[in-house]
Design a protein around this ligand. Sequence first.
Ligand SMILES: [Zn+2]
Length: 277
Amino acid sequence: MSATNYAFKVGQIACTVLLDGVSLVGRAGILKRFPDAAEADYSRAYADLGLSLDEAVSSFNILVARIGAETVLVDSGEGGRPHGGHLLKSMRQAGLDPEIITRVVLTHSHGDHVLGLLSDEHDPVFPNATYVISRDEMTFWLSRIDGSAADQRPIVAMLERQGLRLIEMDEPILPGMTAVPLPGHTPGQIGLWIESDGEKLLHLADMLHNPMQFAHPEWSPTYDVDTRVSVPTRRAALERAADAHLLALFYHLPFPGLGRVRRAEPGFTWAPLALSA
Ligand SMILES: [Zn+2]
């Protein structure tokens, strides 16, 4: 069985990445999702990674971080609607209960990050949690709920019932955890800067979706709401991660989505963390 949880430490902060699932994107999925280049360009980019475009996948990597008395979950997966849905199983395999989660930080409001928050019976999956999202993202979410995402209205109602804190996009959330603005994919998307005892982790959420974007940060998926913003956000965040040799976490890269970004020509390269067997 392949791994579904990966534990590591950032100074005093105990972290675990949990796998909510993996969806096969494949050649057709890449062509549908990425409109900026041609199939031959994507095939070449995948060949440069030592992979075939037919093998393209998207993972759902969910961080749990224990900060003092708080246990923080970052995003929730999409609860099996239609992908993922394995978060609770991965938690159990890691010896973690949903009841221990005291805080859920939402990087943004897309379904693959929020649909895992409510059970089929509309109960909170993390009953002891309160919630954090950026003020700008909530404005965007509410505008979508008034339109195409009406089915997510019960999630927002639950967040407000359980306790919802709206933050600025660069606001400290807890000691050792601060929001990092990553606008463009959605207007209010945040990443997270996590630091303890001089060790650092930069959670980059959906700033990048696919490993071919390291060499081609100018390629954006169709679900980046504003590519005039997402592309410069991506370049700046990759430069920051590369120049400071930061441990970085990406929600959609192959599990556990941890590694280091390096500058290259063109663009950047990705050195995934080597997992011990
Ligand atoms: Zn996503």
